[in-house]
Design a protein around this ligand. Structure first.
Ligand SMILES: NC(=O)c1ccc[n+]([C@@H]2O[C@H](COP(=O)([O-])OP(=O)(O)OC[C@H]3O[C@@H](n4cnc5c(N)ncnc54)[C@H](OP(=O)(O)O)[C@@H]3O)[C@@H](O)[C@H]2O)c1
Length: 165
């Protein structure tokens, strides 16, 4: 089983504002979709609700919450109440990558186990309330880098891939 993180952050590591992304960057949404289609996406309850409480299409969605009675609807979505339960789900589906898609606490829970990091670094600084936890990049090697210039320099961004050494 492969575990990957995928997220976008600004120059200060900011990832969220009031339940949503602090920016609108369609190129990054397209990249996210392309990377995660057909895979398992694991998200925290707040991230799920920030997306309108709807599962991402053509992906197996897992919502992490401590609320044992949390209700979701759809045939491609399930609730898990611990990171271990998410791992069990993914272990039973070895052909799929487990994409942890946030937010902050969920990334933290998998920081020691993650194999691949897909980070979109956005050049600007934004206002928000949620920051990506520090990861130890010395344990990873960068294997991919593509920079996309934007007319708005705040939105110039780089897609990076890092693999665990
Ligand atoms: N830029 C990006 O790439 C990116 C990616 C993801 C999210 N975001 C942004 O980040 C913000 C949301 O992130 P967040 O960190 O505030 O919230 P979150 O991680 O999405 O959700 C937090 C909730 O997840 C559940 N949870 C977390 N760890 C758990 C554990 N170990 N066991 C069981 N349940 C657990 C809890 O739900 P209960 O309270 O229900 O128990 C917790 O309150 C939004 O603004 C979103 O747009 C940005």
């Amino acid at each position: 089983m492969t575990i990957a993180f995928i997220w976008a952050q600004d120059a200060n590591g900011l990832i969220g504002q009031d339940g949503h992304l602090p920016w609108h960057l369609s190129d990054d949404l397209k990249y996210f979709k392309q990377r995660t289609l057909g895979q398992i996406v694991l998200m925290g309850r707040k991230t799920f609700e920030g997306m309108g409480s709807r599962p991402l299409p053509r992906r197996d969605n897992l919502v992490l919450t401590r609320q044992a009675d949390y209700q979701v609807s759809g045939d491609n979505i399930a609730v898990v109440t611990s990171p271990e339960a998410a791992l069990e789900y993914a272990e039973a589906r070895p052909d799929q990558t487990l994409f942890v898609i946030g937010g902050a606490g969920v990334f933290m829970s998998f920081a020691d186990k993650v194999d691949t990091l897909y980070v979109t670094r956005i050049a600007g600084t934004f206002t928000g309330d949620t920051v990506m936890p520090e990861l130890d990049f010395s344990k990873f090697k960068r294997t991919g880098l593509r920079t996309v210039e934007n007319d708005d320099p705040q939105l110039t961004h780089s897609f990076e891939t890092w693999e665990r050494l």
